[in-house]
Design a protein around this ligand. Structure first.
Ligand code: URA
Length: 444
C-alpha cells in the first residue's frame, strides 16, 4: 500500500485497515517512510482519531515491530496463572514500583517489570534504579530470564528490540505537537507492556497537576482506551485512577526515593505511599489468580509486615549486580552535599503542596530531565518535612532541598515557595484511589 493513500484515507476521516496500519508501522520501523510522511499520518490520526479496533491493530503492529518475551516456561504453580506487571502514567514522588514489585513477587507473582526514564516533571523508575550503586537494568534476555527464575522479579529497561516503532513515532510526535492523542498514547504505552510476555496488567493512571492527565474526565477516557486495547490484546487489565495533585510520599529525587522505598518496605514509610503500593500489589496478586478480592490485601500486608518484601528487594538488587548493603545502610546512596530549607511564611495549616510545582523544582535541581538526553543527578532532591493538613508555625522548616548548584537552587526555590500554601483551614481528606476501571466498566 502506498503511504500517500494511507495518509489521504485518514486525512479524509476514514478508518485505516489492518493492512494499512501494518504497512505504516513497517515503514516506520524499516525507515522506508520518511519523517514527513510518518508525521503527516500522525497528525491525521491526532486530528481525526481512531476507533478502538484501529488502535488495537496499531498496538499489535508496534509490538510486532520488535521482539516479545515468552515466559511461559518460567511460570511455576506458585506463580499463579500468568506473569503480571503494573504501569504508572507517571507522577511526582511515585516510587511504588520499587515497593510493589518485590511485594508482589514475595506473594508468588512473576513480575518482569520493564520501565522507562523520566521525562518532564514526572520521575522515571530507571533513574531511581540507577541511583543504586552497581544496579544493572540493561540485562540480556538470557540474564533477565535467569534473574526472573531466581527471584520472581526483574526491574529492567526497555531494550532496543522492544517496540522499536514506538521510539521513532514518539520522537516525531514530541517534535510535531502530536503527543496528546489518546489512541497514540495508549498504543505507545501498551505496545511496550505487551512485549513483556505478561498476562495481567494493573494500570495506575495518575490524575492531577503532577500527572500526565490533569483532570478526572481525561484520565477516565485514557483508562477506558488502555483497558479496552489491553484486553483486546490478551491482557487482563484493571486501571486505578489515583490522585496526583500532591506528591506521593515525602521524598522526590532519585536516591532519596530509593531510601524512602526501603523505609516503606521496612514498614516505616509514609502512609499514602504504603497504602497505594499495597493496593496495587494486591491487584496484581488477584490478576495472577493467587488470591481473591478479599484475600489479596492481607496477603500483601503479610509480605510487608514479615519483611519478605524487603528481603525480595535485597535479592533483586543483588541479582542485578547492585550493592545489597543499601538495604541496611541507605546512607550508601548518593546525597548532594549542600542543603537549603524552605520555611513557613506564616502560622497556619498546610492547605496544598502542588505536585506539578514540586516536580518542576526537582527537574530544575537536576533530579529529572527536560530533554531526552539530559543527565540526571542521583543525589539532588527534595524532602517534604510536613504534609497537607499539618499545623505549622511561622519560620518552621517545611521543605529540605539537597542541591549542588546554587543557580539551580534559586530557580527550584521559586517553584517550591509557590508549591506550598499555608492557610487557615485544613483541606478535606481525599481518597487516594479515585476510581477503578476494568473491562466491565470501561464500556468499550
Ligand atoms: N508514555 C508513553 O510511553 N507513550 C506516550 O505516548 C505517552 C506517555
Amino acid at each position: 500500500m502506498r503511504a500517500l493513500d494511507i495518509i489521504r484515507t485518514k486525512r479524509d476521516g476514514y478508518p485505516l485497515s489492518r493492512e494499512a496500519i501494518d504497512a505504516f508501522v513497517s515503514g516506520v520501523t524499516d525507515g522506508t517512510w520518511p519523517d514527513y510522511q510518518v508525521t503527516a499520518l500522525l497528525m491525521a490520526i491526532f486530528l481525526k482519531g481512531m476507533s478502538l479496533d484501529e488502535a488495537t491493530a496499531l498496538t499489535q503492529a508496534m509490538v510486532d515491530s520488535g521482539t516479545r518475551l515468552d515466559l511461559s516456561d518460567l511460570l511455576r504453580p506458585e506463580n499463579g496463572s500468568m506473569p503480571v506487571d503494573k504501569h504508572s502514567t507517571g507522577g511526582v514522588g511515585d516510587k511504588t514500583s520499587l515497593i510493589l514489585a518485590p511485594l508482589a513477587a514475595a506473594c508468588g507473582c512473576l513480575v518482569p517489570m520493564m520501565s522507562g526514564r523520566g521525562l518532564g516533571h514526572t520521575g522515571g523508575t530507571l533513574d531511581k534504579l540507577d541511583a543504586i550503586p552497581g544496579f544493572r537494568t540493561d540485562l540480556s534476555v538470557a540474564k533477565l530470564r535467569k534473574a526472573l527464575a531466581a527471584t520472581g522479579c526483574v526491574l529492567i529497561r526497555q531494550t532496543a528490540e522492544v517496540a522499536p516503532a514506538d521510539r521513532r513515532m514518539y520522537a516525531l510526535r514530541d517534535a510535531t505537537g502530536t503527543v496528546a492523542s489518546i489512541p497514540l498514547i495508549a498504543a505507545s504505552i501498551l505496545s511496550k507492556k505487551v512485549t513483556e510476555g505478561i498476562g495481567g496488567l494493573v494500570l495506575d493512571v495518575k490524575v492531577g497537576s503532577g500527572g500526565f492527565m490533569e483532570n478526572l474526565d481525561d484520565a477516565r477516557e485514557l483508562s477506558r482506551w488502555l483497558v479496552g486495547i489491553a484486553e483486546r490484546s490478551g491482557l487482563r487489565t484493571q486501571a486505578l485512577l489515583t490522585r496526583m495533585d500532591t506528591p506521593l510520599g515525602r521524598r522526590i529525587g532519585n536516591a532519596t526515593e530509593v531510601r524512602e522505598a526501603i523505609h516503606t518496605l521496612k514498614g516505616d514509610g509514609p502512609k499514602d505511599l504504603e497504602d497505594l503500593s499495597v493496593t496495587l500489589a494486591a491487584r496484581m496478586v488477584v490478576l495472577a489468580g493467587l488470591a481473591d478480592e478479599d484475600g489479596a490485601e492481607p496477603r500483601v500486608r503479610d509480605a510487608l509486615g514479615s519483611g519478605r518484601g524487603l528481603e525480595k528487594f535485597r535479592q533483586v538488587i543483588a541479582g542485578q549486580g547492585g550493592d545489597p548493603r543499601v538495604i541496611d545502610d541507605p546512607s550508601l546512596l548518593a546525597v548532594a552535599d549542600r542543603e537549603s530549607l524552605v520555611m513557613s511564611p506564616r502560622t497556619g495549616v498546610i492547605t496544598r503542596i502542588d505536585a506539578g510545582r514540586v516536580g518542576r523544582a526537582a527537574v530544575v535541581l537536576g533530579a529529572g530531565r527536560d530533554r531526552v538526553d539530559a543527565v540526571v543527578d542521583p543525589g539532588v532532591g527534595i524532602d517534604l518535612l510536613a504534609n497537607e493538613g499539618d499545623t505549622v508555625s511561622r519560620g518552621e522548616p517545611l521543605i529540605r532541598v539537597f542541591y549542588r548548584d546554587s543557580g539551580r537552587l534559586e530557580a527550584a526555590l521559586e517553584h517550591l515557595r509557590v508549591a506550598i500554601e499555608v492557610g487557615d483551614t485544613a483541606p478535606a481528606p481525599r481518597p487516594l484511589v479515585l476510581e477503578t476501571i476494568d473491562i466491565r466498566t470501561a464500556k468499550v
